[in-house]
Design a protein around this ligand. Structure first.
Ligand code: ACM
Length: 538
């Protein structure tokens, strides 16, 4: 790949002065192409932050004679209001560590960080261009999402201590470069199971912060299961009063979110470029609901609360109309406070629901979701019941063939990929891992990385893939430290698989980039698993 041309966009007076020099620089610069390969560089020495980015950008052109230094006078300047939230996020991260005011200014007038709106159309909806000049870091994007993604890259170009919550000594340097970047897939997801163990809003926000740093754009909250119902439903109050009163292991408490707390979580995610997808798992994985309301059971008897970790024993009563009234009320209330397009209906492991009932159930539930303006996504089992190609099956199997998913892909459905033996973050890394499960296998970091979402399932090619989601089930996880130990470093692996080009896939090049994140995670207080497969930067 040849070096990219200098950045397009409205010329800014002080940039014209450096432009010709930068073009010359480009002729001798390193080019790190989408392949992740250093194309040419007699002068390449120690790794720079440009070679340590996760996920790997499509194109990086270093300008080795340029360094930008963030100073106390710098402003974060936005050309339009659509860049305000990304600007505010960046300011909120950098103010504590730098001690600089980093005022957000409307219009572009001075040195500092500049968010412009006229990116190369090639970067699409989620991509960005980032140009580091002596006086400015310029991030161009066509959407708010693109600016969020550009900001995630800028964070990794600053020293790790930029992530600190207390004032640190500078200098705050960014290496000269022109980056052009956009994702392989439109959907880069993470899921947190707050049903098996409940996590407080602050714990959930902490995880949202962590996933946002890796350009994750969907956060799937698994809000109900056999062990707990975790969101207030005003028309069915016992769901949380009873169903939200305990969790795996039997702890007692108000273990649920009020609708206001959920709205706050959704807004928090939104201010980090992330859309929340709420999941209410059905018709199986419903013991918490069946314990809350007798009428949801075919025999009209409440089930006891469940605090163990078995699966497959519960089912809503398929033949009763009240079941669908219940589901409609849930979908209606949740849709009204969920701005995102997707509603996740679960549908997995309905082992206590006969097949014919499962089909009957889905035939009634899918139209309810549509009625409230949402698009159904669900674990892949549900897709055998519908020919609607707008719906999104999430593949979570451990095999590389699934006839129903392949048939859906042939019809035109886009598949979200979460193969359990690759990217379930709750699988143990090795047999000595204290947390997690091993039913899908032991998943070391290299195993998590070693698959191609666009060529994994038979009959499901690149064009049928919507994206990659890394689910984190919490049967064995109780604290933020537990979450982080299982998610790091594999969540960034999933982010790389969902964002970076297939051509850049190369473990030997990826491992050092991943290892370079270690110092940043230490500053952020992330208790990651220091896999011996990864060369961790000191
Ligand atoms: C699942 O792991 N049962 C989706």
């Amino acid at each position: 790949m040849s070096p990219s041309p200098p950045p397009q966009g409205p010329p800014l007076p002080w940039r014209i002065g450096v432009k010709s020099k930068r073009v010359l620089t480009a002729l001798t610069a390193l080019v790190i192409a989408g392949s992740g390969v250093l194309v040419t560089t007699p002068s390449a020495t120690a790794a720079t932050p440009l070679q340590e980015l996760v996920p790997q950008p499509v194109q990086i052109q270093p300008h080795t004679d340029i360094t930008f230094t963030l100073t106390t006078d710098a402003k974060i300047q936005i050309a339009t209001d659509s860049a305000r939230k990304p600007a505010e996020l960046l300011a909120s991260i950098l103010r504590p560590s730098t001690g600089f005011p980093l005022t957000i200014a409307d219009g572009v007038t001075s040195e500092g960080i500049v968010l412009l709106n006229n990116a190369d159309p090639k970067v699409g909806q989620d991509g960005y261009q980032l140009d580091v000049t002596p006086k400015q870091v310029i991030i161009r994007a066509n959407t708010t999402a693109g600016h969020f993604n550009g900001i995630s890259t800028l964070r990794q170009l600053l020293p790790p201590k930029a992530e600190a919550k207390t004032k640190q000594a500078g200098p705050w340097q960014v290496p000269g470069a022109s980056i052009l970047d956009y994702p392989r897939y439109q959907h880069r997801g993470a899921m947190l199971d707050v049903a098996r163990h409940f996590f407080t809003p602050d714990q959930v926000k902490r995880y949202i912060d962590q996933i946002a740093a890796f350009k994750i754009n969907y956060f799937h909250l698994h809000l109900s299961d056999d062990q707990g119902w975790r969101l207030e439903i005003k028309s069915w109050p016992e769901l949380t009063k009873i169903g939200g009163s305990t969790e795996v292991g039997g702890r007692k408490g108000n273990l649920y979110y009020t609708q206001d707390q959920y709205k706050d979580l959704v807004a928090y995610a939104q201010t980090r470029g992330i859309t929340v997808i709420p999941e209410f798992d059905m018709p199986g994985h419903t013991n918490a609901a069946l314990a809350s309301y007798a009428e949801l059971n075919c025999d009209g008897k409440k089930r006891p609360l469940y605090t163990g970790t078995d699966v497959g024993f519960s089912s809503l009563c398929i033949s009763k109309d009240i079941t669908y009234k219940f589901i409609e009320d849930v979908v209606k209330e949740v849709s009204a406070i969920t701005p995102g397009q997707y509603f996740h209906i679960g549908g997995d492991e309905a082992l206590s629901t006969p097949d014919a009932d499962f089909v009957k159930f889905m035939n009634r539930v899918l139209p309810i979701v549509k009625k409230y303006g949402k698009t159904t996504t669900g674990w892949h089992e549900f897709i055998k019941t519908t020919k609607d190609t707008s719906l999104v099956p999430q593949f979570w199997g451990t095999e590389t063939s699934d006839a129903n998913v392949a048939a859906a892909a042939q019809r035109g459905n886009k598949i979200l990929m979460s193969p359990a033996n690759r990217i379930y973050l709750d699988m143990k890394y090795n047999k000595n891992t204290k947390l997690g499960q091993d039913w899908a296998g032991l998943v070391e970091v290299k195993t998590a990385y070693g698959w191609n979402p666009g060529a994994y399932l038979n009959g499901v090619g690149e064009n049928s893939i919507r994206g990659v989601e890394a689910p984190l089930w919490t049967e064995t996880l109780k604290t933020s430290a537990d979450i982080e130990y299982m998610a790091f470093p594999r969540l960034p692996v999933a982010a790389e698989l969902g964002w970076s080009t297939a051509a850049s896939h190369n473990w030997d090049k990826f491992a050092p980039r991943l290892g370079a994140q270690g110092p940043r995670w230490k500053v952020q207080g992330i208790s990651y698993y220091a896999s011996t497969q990864v060369p961790w930067k000191k």
